[in-house]
Design a protein around this ligand. Structure first.
Ligand code: COD
Length: 160
């Protein structure tokens, strides 16, 4: 049974992330979306909120499960009994960071491999940080997020 983990901060989940989730879910028996708990950045949404938001927008994919994790990614992958990490690549700027992470993870856990899916061209510019910046200036974020997530971001920033 092929089990893969798609890890990230997902603060918040964008349509770019969702595209990677949907495409990788079709390639494996189970896809576990892993939401990082101990991020050094101050997140807009708590880990519990990010997990719930991801659950809401992936509920139509029966083989996708969302879990939070802290500590090393490879330990989480082992706990999930998975052996593949899925990551998305947008541009050359992602490549160096992703390569370093994949190679380091392979040194510390040689049984785990990382596979990369290239971004859907229409989301190649999209990141959670850009979306938060636009929303912070009351810009229109509806092109970038699932409507449920866009509403949560607007609500959160209105209450800040
Ligand atoms: N199109 C396609 N892919 C995208 C898009 C898009 N528009 N936007 C983002 N992605 C991809 C990213 O490239 C990434 O692969 C993934 O989606 C998740 O993105 P983010 O930004 O939400 O998540 P990151 O990059 O902050 O996640 C970092 C981890 C949580 C994976 C990392 O910090 C980690 O593993 N932490 C645990 C500690 C650890 O093990 N450290 C050692 C690592 S060597």
């Amino acid at each position: 049974m092929a089990i893969a983990v798609y890890p990230g901060s997902f603060d918040p989940v964008t349509l770019g992330h969702m595209d990677i989730i949907e495409r990788s879910a079709h390639m494996v028996d189970r896809l576990i979306v892993g939401v990082l708990q101990n991020n050094s950045k101050t997140p807009l949404f708590s880990v519990e909120e990010r997990v719930k938001m991801l659950e809401d927008v992936t509920s139509y994919l029966p083989n996708v499960e969302v879990r939070s994790f802290g500590g090393l990614l490879v330990d989480f992958v082992h706990q999930c009994q998975a052996d593949v990490i899925v990551r998305g690549l947008r541009a050359i700027t992602d490549f160096e960071y992703e390569l370093q992470m994949a190679q380091t993870n392979r040194v510390i856990a040689p049984d785990i491999d990382t596979i990369f899916l290239t971004t859907n061209l229409k989301y190649s510019y999209l990141s959670s940080s850009i979306v938060k910046e636009i929303a912070g200036y009351q810009g229109d974020i509806s092109e970038f997020l699932h409507p449920v997530i866009a509403e949560k971001v607007r609500e959160r920033l209105a209450n800040k």
